[in-house]
Design a protein around this ligand. Structure first.
Ligand SMILES: Cc1cn([C@H]2C[C@H](O)[C@@H](COP(=O)(O)OP(=O)(O)OP(=O)(O)O)O2)c(=O)[nH]c1=O
Length: 194
C-alpha cells in the first residue's frame, strides 16, 4: 500500500520498553497513544487467546488518523494460569516463588491496524526457566524493584536474566515486543520498513 501515510505509525502503548524495541527496527512513532481498555481475562480464557485479544483491542481502540497503529500485550503463564502484573511486593514474591525452578511461558501478542482499518496480529511464545531461587535471591530481587509493573513479576532485561538458566523463543518478545514478528507484520501490511 503506497501513499503519504504508509510510513506513519502510532504506538498504542504506555510501555517505554515497547518504544525502545520499535526504535531498533528503525521506526520512530509519529505519536504515542496508549490504549485504555478493560484488561480483565474472560472466564476460562487461555493465555494465547487472551494476549491476541488484548493486542487487537488495544490496536482497535486508538484512532490512527490515517497512520498505522501498533499495540502489544505480554503475559506470563504457568500451566493454564495467567500470572498477574506485579504492582506490589507480595504479588512479585508470589510470582517468583511460583516460577522458581520451573518452566513457564511468556506470550506476547502484537496487533497492527492498517490505515484502511484491517487488523493483523501475531503471537510470540517463549519458554523460560528460572534457576531454583533461594530465599536470599528472591529477597534481593524484591529489593531491586525491577519487578514493578512487569507481567509475572520480573524483567528479563534487568538483573533477572542472571537468574534465568534457559530460554527458548524470543528475548524481545519477553520484554514486550517480539521484533521478528513485528517486522513481519509491518511488512505484510505494506508499511515501508527495511
Ligand atoms: C516478563 C516481562 C514483562 N515485562 C513487561 C512488558 C510489559 O510492559 C509488561 C506487561 O504489561 P502489558 O499489559 O503487556 O503492557 P503495559 O501495560 O506495560 O503497556 P501497554 O498496555 O500500554 O502497551 O511487562 C518486561 O518488561 N520484561 C519482562 O521480562
Amino acid at each position: 500500500m503506497a501513499g503519504p501515510t504508509s510510513t506513519a505509525l502510532v504506538l498504542a502503548s504506555a510501555s517505554p520498553r515497547r518504544r525502545e524495541l520499535i526504535a531498533r527496527l528503525g521506526v520512530e512513532p509519529v505519536r504515542i497513544d496508549p490504549a485504555d481498555i478493560d484488561e480483565t481475562p474472560h472466564d476460562g480464557e487461555l493465555p494465547r487467546a487472551y494476549v491476541a485479544r488484548m493486542a487487537r483491542e488495544k490496536a482497535a481502540a486508538v484512532d490512527g488518523r490515517g497512520a498505522y497503529v501498533l499495540a502489544g500485550d505480554t503475559v506470563v503463564s504457568a500451566g493454564r494460569r495467567i500470572l498477574p502484573k506485579a504492582e506490589d511486593e507480595a504479588t512479585a514474591r508470589e510470582c517468583l516463588t511460583l516460577l522458581s525452578g520451573r518452566r513457564h511461558r511468556v506470550m506476547s501478542g502484537i496487533a497492527l491496524a492498517a490505515p484502511d482499518g484491517t487488523i493483523r496480529e501475531k503471537i510470540s511464545e517463549t519458554v523460560v526457566r528460572f534457576k531454583q531461587l533461594s530465599q536470599e535471591e528472591i529477597d534481593a530481587y524484591i529489593a531491586s524493584s525491577e519487578w514493578d509493573g512487569k507481567a509475572g513479576g520480573y524483567a528479563i532485561q534487568g538483573h533477572a536474566e542472571a537468574l534465568i538458566a534457559w530460554i527458548q523463543g524470543s528475548h524481545s518478545g519477553v520484554v514486550g515486543l517480539p521484533l521478528y514478528e513485528t517486522r513481519a507484520l509491518l511488512k505484510a501490511a505494506g508499511f515501508a520498513i527495511a
